[in-house]
Ligand binder design. Structure first.
Ligand code: C2E
Ligand code: MG
Ligand code: MG
Length: 739
C-alpha cells in the first residue's frame, strides 16, 4: 500500500503496520481494497496489472471500469456476493480490462473486511493468468490436433501397456478387420498369426525400446479372419526408463509393396534368366561362328591339299611332283649327282575295280601308297599321278640304288593286300629313267620312264625295266611315224584290204557272207607299216578320227561298187577305235556316211574291242543304243583278251562275239584254249549272240569250231586280207564254187 500508514502511538502496532506495508509492496499478486465500488488502496503490483501509472493513481477509480462491460461487473458481483456475505472467500476467474483497453484473464480472490457489514468494503487479490490461459489453450489446440491426426491417420496407431491395447485408432482397427472399439483392452496377440510370432516380437522389441530407440520391423501379421497381412511396424516406448508406461506402435499395411517387391524380384530373376539365356545364345552364336571359320579354314586347307595332294592316298599329286622333281634335278645338276625317276603301274588293276568294285580298289591303292611311302627315304617323293600310276623321284640314287629299290618295290607290291575279308594280290610293272643319262629335265625323264614301263608290260608284266637306247630308238620311230601319218591320208598312202568272212552252214559248207575292212599304210621310205604299230600312234595323236572316217566311207563305197559288180549282198565289218567310239559325233557320222553311200544300215557291222566297251559301260550302252536305233550292227572284237562283265554283256546291243585268234591258234594242241572257246560259244548262245572265230588257219581248227556250234569264221585258211579287186575276184569265184 503506497499511502503512508497512520502514525500510531502504539509502537507494536506501528511495527506490524510497517511490516504489512513491506509485504504488500513486494507481493507478487495485486492487492486492492474496494469500498462502495471504488478503489481505496492498492499495492504496486495491482497498479501494474491494470496499467495504472502508480498505486496512488489507481485510488479513486471505479472498480466497474476494470471489467469489459458494466454488465460483466454486475455479473461478478452477483456471483461473489452470496459467498462473501456468508463470510467465505470468493474465488473465480474473470476477464478484465487494463487501462489501455487490453483484455486479460485474472484470477480473483475476494473477502469482506467485515463479514457483518459489507459496507466496510472488501479486499481482493488479483493474479494475471493471461499467460497460463494462453498456454492452456495452446495445449488444448495441440491435443485437438493430435487427436485429429490420431483419428484420421492413414497408418494404424495403437498404444499398448502390458501388451494390452489402451487406445488405437480406426485405421488400426480397419487394418486388422476389427470394428470400432473392438480391440480396446485386448492383448496384442490378437493380430499375430501364432503364439511364437507374438513372443518373438515381444523379445525383439524389448531391447531397443528399453534403450529409448525405436523398434522397426516388417512382420507378417494376421487379420481377425486369419488372413495374413504384411505390415511395417515402428514402435517406441512412451518412457524408456519405465516400460510399464507402455509403448506406441505405428503399423502400416505393406502387402501391396511386398507384392510389388516380390514382382520386382521375379522380374529381376526373369531378367537374369533372360540375360543368361541371351548370353548362352550369344556364346552359341560365337561358337557357331568360330566353327564356321574353322570349317572354312579347313575347307581352304582341303582345297589347298586337293591342289597339291591326291585326295585318295594323300600323296603329292602331279603338280607337287613336278615341283619337287624340278627342285631335285636342279640340286642334282649343281652337285653333279644322279636322280632316278621310277614309274610304277599295277598290272590289270582295272580288273580289281571292275570285279570287286571301286571301294576295294581304293582301299588297295591306299595300302599300296602307305607301303611305298614307308619304303623310301625322307628326301624321296612318292606321288600318285593317275588311277594305279605312281611316280617316285629319288635324289642321289644311281642305277644300282634304283635297281635295289625296284626289286624291293616288286616284293612289297606283290605281297597280299587285305581288303575286308579278302586277300588280294597284284603285280607291278615299273620303268626307271636316270638323270642325267636319259634326260636333262623332268618331262624327258618321265617320257623315258614311261617307255621303260611300257616295255616291262610288253615283256610279260610283273617286272621293272631301265630305259635303254633301244627304247630311245623306238620312241624316235613313234615320233617319225606320227609325223608321217599326218600326211598319209592326203598323200593317198592309206588303203583298205578286205578279209572275207564265212558262215558255217549245217551241211558243212562255208558260205562267204561278208568282209572285214583292214587298214593298210604304205610309206615311200618306210614301206608297209602294220596297223598294230600305227593305229596306237593314230589313236594317241587323235589322227584316228579323220582316218577312221575315211575307212568307213571307203569301205562302204567299196561295198556299193561290189554290189554293182554283181557280188552277193555282203556285210561290211569296219573296226572302230575306242577313241572313235568315245567321240560324241559317232552315231551321226555313221548315219551321214551310210546316207552318203546309200548302203542300208544292216549291212554295216562295227567292230568294237572289249576294252572300248568296258572302259565306260554306261556310255557304251548309250552309244550302242543309238547305233542300234539306226539299224547298225555291232560286234565285240578280240573277245576273250579283255575283261568282260557278263552283266554288261547282256545290256550291250551287240549281235556277235569275235573269238580272238590267240585262242583259235592253239585249239588243236591246247585243251585250255578249247575249253575257253567252247565256253565262249555256249555263253554267246545263251545270250542270243552269234560267234565268229578269227585267225582260222587249219582244217582242225575249223572242224572243232564247227562241232562246237561256232556260226562264222575268218582266217588264212580261207583267205588273207585282199585288195578290193582281188577280193571281188575271190568272192565271185567262191560264190560260183558254192553254187
Ligand atoms: P583285228 O580287227 O582283230 O583284225 C584281224 C587281224 O588278224 C588282221 O591283222 C588280220 O590280217 C589278221 N588275220 C586274219 N586272219 C588271220 C589268220 O588266219 N592268221 C593270222 N595270224 N592273222 C590273221 P591286221 O590287218 O594287221 O590288223 C591288225 C589290227 O589292226 C586289227 O585287228 C585291228 O584291231 C586293227 N585295225 C586294222 N584296220 C583297222 C582300222 O581300219 N581301224 C581300226 N581302228 N583298227 C584297225
Ligand atoms: Mg577286227
Ligand atoms: Mg580281232
Amino acid at each position: 500500500m503506497s499511502s503512508a500508514p497512520p502514525s500510531s502511538t502504539n509502537p507494536a502496532l506501528s511495527q506490524a503496520l510497517r511490516e504489512l506495508d513491506v509485504i504488500l509492496a513486494n507481493a507478487g499478486v495485486g492487492i486492492v481494497f474496494v469500498k462502495a465500488r471504488k478503489l481505496v488502496r492498492c499495492n504496486q503490483r495491482y497498479a501494474e496489472i491494470y496499467g495504472f501509472d502508480s498505486a496512488e493513481a489507481a485510488v479513486g477509480h471505479s472498480s466497474v471500469e476494470l471489467y469489459a462491460t458494466a454488465q460483466e461487473a454486475r455479473g461478478l458481483g452477483a456471483r461473489a456476493y452470496p459467498v462473501l456475505s456468508s463470510g467465505e472467500t470468493f474465488r473465480g476467474e474473470q476477464m478484465m480490462r487494463r487501462q489501455n483497453g487490453d483484455m486479460f484473464w485474472a484470477h480473483l480472490t475476494g473477502r469482506l473486511i467485515n463479514a457483518d457489514d459489507p459496507a466496510d468494503g472488501s479486499i481482493w487479490i488479483v493474479d494475471d493468468i493471461s499467460e497460463r490461459k494462453l498456454a492452456d489453450a495452446a495445449l488444448a489446440d495441440l491435443h485437438a490436433e493430435q487427436q485429429l491426426i490420431f483419428d484420421h491417420a492413414m497408418v494404424g496407431i495403437v498404444f499398448l501397456r502390458g501388451r494390452r491395447v489402451t487406445r488405437c485408432n480406426r485405421a488400426f482397427e480397419q487394418l486388422f478387420g476389427y470394428g470400432p472399439g473392438e480391440l480396446d483392452g485386448q492383448l496384442s496377440r490378437a493380430w499375430y498369426l501364432s503364439d511364437e510370432d507374438w513372443k518373438a516380437a515381444g523379445d525383439l522389441c524389448y531391447e531397443p525400446l528399453s534403450r529409448g530407440e525405436s523398434f522397426h520391423a516388417e512382420m507378417l501379421l494376421g487379420r481377425k479372419d486369419g488372413t495374413p497381412v504384411w505390415c511395417e511396424v515402428r514402435s517406441k516406448a512412451i518412457d524408456r526408463s519405465d516400460l510399464s508406461r507402455g509403448s506406441i506402435w505405428i503399423t502400416q499395411d505393406i502387402t501391396a509393396r511386398k507384392r510389388v517387391e516380390q514382382e520386382l524380384v521375379n522380374a529381376k530373376s526373369q531378367l537374369e534368366a533372360l540375360v543368361e539365356q541371351r548370353t548362352q545364345q550369344l556364346s552359341q552364336t560365337v561358337a557357331a561362328l568360330e566353327q564356321k571359320v574353322a570349317e572354312q579354314q579347313a575347307a581352304e586347307a582341303h582345297i589347298q591339299r586337293l591342289a597339291l595332294f591326291d585326295g585318295l592316298t594323300g600323296l603329292p599329286n602331279r603338280h607337287l611332283l613336278a615341283d619337287r622333281a624340278s627342285q631335285a634335278i636342279d640340286i642334282a645338276r649343281r652337285n653333279d649327282e644322279p636322280v632316278a625317276v621310277l614309274f610304277l603301274d599295277l598290272d590289270h588293276f582295272k580288273n580289281v575295280n571292275d570285279s570287286l568294285g571301286h571301294r576295294v580298289g581304293d582301299s588297295l591303292l591306299m595300302q599300296l601308297a602307305s607301303r611305298l611311302r614307308g619304303t623310301v627315304r625322307e628326301q624321296d617323293t612318292v606321288a600318285r599321278t593317275g588311277g594305279d600310276e605312281f611316280v617316285l623321284v629319288l635324289p642321289q640314287t644311281d642305277v644300282a640304288g634304283a635297281a635295289h629299290l625296284a626289286a624291293k618295290l616288286m616284293a612289297l607290291a606283290s605281297a597280299p593286300f587285305q581288303v575286308d575279308q579278302q586277300e588280294l594280290t597284284v603285280t607291278p610293272s615299273m620303268g626307271i629313267a636316270m638323270f642325267p643319262t636319259d634326260g636333262d629335265d623332268f618331262d624327258t625323264l618321265c617320257k623315258c620312264a614311261d617307255a621303260a614301263m611300257y616295255r616291262a608290260k610288253r615283256d610279260g608284266r610283273n617286272a621293272y625295266r631301265f630305259f635303254t637306247s633301244e627304247m630311245q630308238a623306238q620312241s624316235a620311230r613313234a615320233l617319225l611315224l606320227e609325223n608321217a601319218l599326218r600326211r598319209a591320208l592326203e598323200r593317198r598312202q592309206l588303203s583298205l584290204h578286205y578279209q572275207p568272212q564265212f558262215a558255217l552252214d549245217a551241211g558243212g559248207a562255208a558260205r562267204i557272207v561278208g568282209a572285214e575292212a583292214l587298214l593298210r599304210w604304205q610309206h615311200p621310205e618306210l614301206g608297209w607299216v602294220s596297223p598294230v604299230e600305227f593305229i596306237p600312234i593314230a589313236e594317241a595323236s587323235g589322227l584316228i578320227l579323220p582316218i577312221g572316217e575315211w575307212v568307213l566311207r571307203e569301205a562302204l563305197s567299196q561295198l556299193r561298187r561290189w554290189d554293182e559288180a554283181g557280188l552277193p549282198q555282203l556285210t561290211m565289218a569296219v573296226n572302230l577305235s575306242a577313241v572313235q567310239f568315245r567321240h560324241d559325233d559317232l552315231p551321226e557320222l555313221v548315219g551321214r556316211v551310210l546316207a552318203g553311200t546309200g548302203v542300208p544300215a544292216w549291212r554295216l557291222e562295227l567292230e568294237l574291242t572289249e576294252g572300248a566297251a568296258m572302259d565306260n559301260p554306261a556310255m557304251a550302252i548309250a552309244v550302242m543304243n543309238e547305233l542300234d536305233a539306226r539299224g547298225v550292227r555291232l560286234s565285240i572284237d578280240d573277245f576273250g583278251t579283255g575283261y568282260s562283265s557278263l552283266s554288261y554283256l547282256k545290256k550291250f546291243r551287240v549281235g556277235k562275239l569275235k573269238i580272238d585268234q590267240s585262242f583259235v591258234r592253239d585249239l588243236t594242241e591246247d585243251a585250255e584254249d578249247r575249253a575257253i572257246v567252247d565256253a565262249v560259244i555256249r555263253m554267246a548262245g545263251a545270250l542270243g549272240l552269234q560267234t565268229l572265230a578269227e585267225g582260222v588257219e587249219t582244217e582242225g581248227q575249223l572242224a572243232f569250231l564247227r562241232r562246237q556250234g561256232c556260226q562264222a569264221v575268218q582266217g588264212y585258211l580261207f583267205s588273207r586280207p585282199l585288195p578290193a579287186d582281188a577280193f571281188a575276184e575271190f568272192a565271185l569265184a567262191r560264190t560260183m564254187v558254192s553254187v
